[in-house]
Design a protein around this ligand. Sequence first.
Ligand code: GLN
Length: 489
Amino acid sequence: MDLYKLSAYELRNLFLDKKVKATEITEYFLKRIEKNNKKLGAFLTVLSERAMQKAKELDQKNAENKPMGRLAGVPIAIKDNTHIEKEITTCASQFLTNYKAPFSATAVKLLEEQDAILVGKTNLDEFAMGSSNENSSFYPSYNPWNLDCTPGGSSGGSASAVASRISLIATGSDTGGSIRQPSAFCGVVGFKPTYGRVSRYGLVAFGSSLDQIGPIATNVKDIGLTMEVLGKHCPHDAMSLEFPAESYIENLREDLSEITVGVPWHFLESLNKEAHDNFVQSIETMKSLGANIIDVNLDILKSSIAVYYILATAEASTNLARFDGIRYGVRSKDAKNLEEVYDLSRDQGFGYEVKKRILLGTYVLSSGFQEAFYKKAQKVRTLVIQSFDAAFSNCDCICMPTAPITSFKLGTFQDPIGMYLQDIFTISANLAGLPAISVPSGFDKDNKPFGLQFLGPQLHDAPVVSYAHAYEQATKFSSKIPPLFDKEF
Ligand code: GLN
């Protein structure tokens, strides 16, 4: 049976109906990982033993007709900046190669409670800083549609794993687009929930006021299924929202009638022709589904990259202060005194991009520059939030492309600013804490995927997912499997 062609939802039902065993599913996907991971660089760690152990327990439970969890038998990969108890969390950094997590992240705990099978930890840009996975200190990850190209970042390993169907679902973390941009580049669906909707407990912090865990899947319904498990209040995360879990699956829409979609046309003027045409095509599809399209003014988003790279680096510089070679991380063997333990461990442990961000963040927080940079950026962040509020008073959701270009060849961006500019369409959802989903919207002339993004007001997570579902059902781009991986093993 071609298990890799199924959705997670279908696979779960097959298991619950006893048509396939959890051990068979797990062996099947572990074999797919074994055959393909070298080409993809998607996993940093494969949890074969843990996965088989869980699968055996599930088969036993199913044979005894005991109640099963909502993700029973579904293989799920976890981004390697999120803790799984007793396993190594590297954050793709040399610094943490020895760090064994003492507890599981709430998101991981919820997935395991609902009987998901954790198959491995996925590759990322070091500490989730990057847009191409090239900042992983181990090896890059590659795009299943074209192995010379990036899967995007920072959750590139997760998107690569899902697109190639070596895992059907993966988690990502999104501080400025790291779930949505790789999902767009790899032709899969990625969702960043409302800030505070999914617990950050057990996620290694990058920019605490921006970070959000969310799912990557091959289709929108599986995003809903995973969010019904993940979207819960957690007492260990001070910013976790105390709202009841939402029902996604029963609210999935097939059309967009009576939905008003806002498009910031002016802000999109700089798109290249191919990306613009793809976007206009998507808008036509939405019209045919009954949507009312209006123009909204979000010109303030032009400042969002500048704001983000001040605030995110400021937060990162304080969050990463804890890595000192004493409490966390590999201690430098060359250190001869306390000062050197800090200095040399950090120097040898952190990669170039991480160091650059620590320096930037420390600079914008330093006493002479706080007013000029950090505080000003906070004020512009408030303006971004206000602009979204104004836009949402006239529409139900906002649509934009997920990224200005499709996936590019590894090594394309030597200039960091060029790379940072790629985040122009994703960052604002983090600045304003909004739910945003990327869904495949077609292919460029080289057969590389485009992504379309839906953003909604805070806590409108289920409606945003439902609009993406209507669009997906009308276009079916997310059912496409990269030709190189469209075979069992
Ligand atoms: N690409 C952005 C950055 O480099 C976003 C990263 C993220 O969302 N983790 O910071």
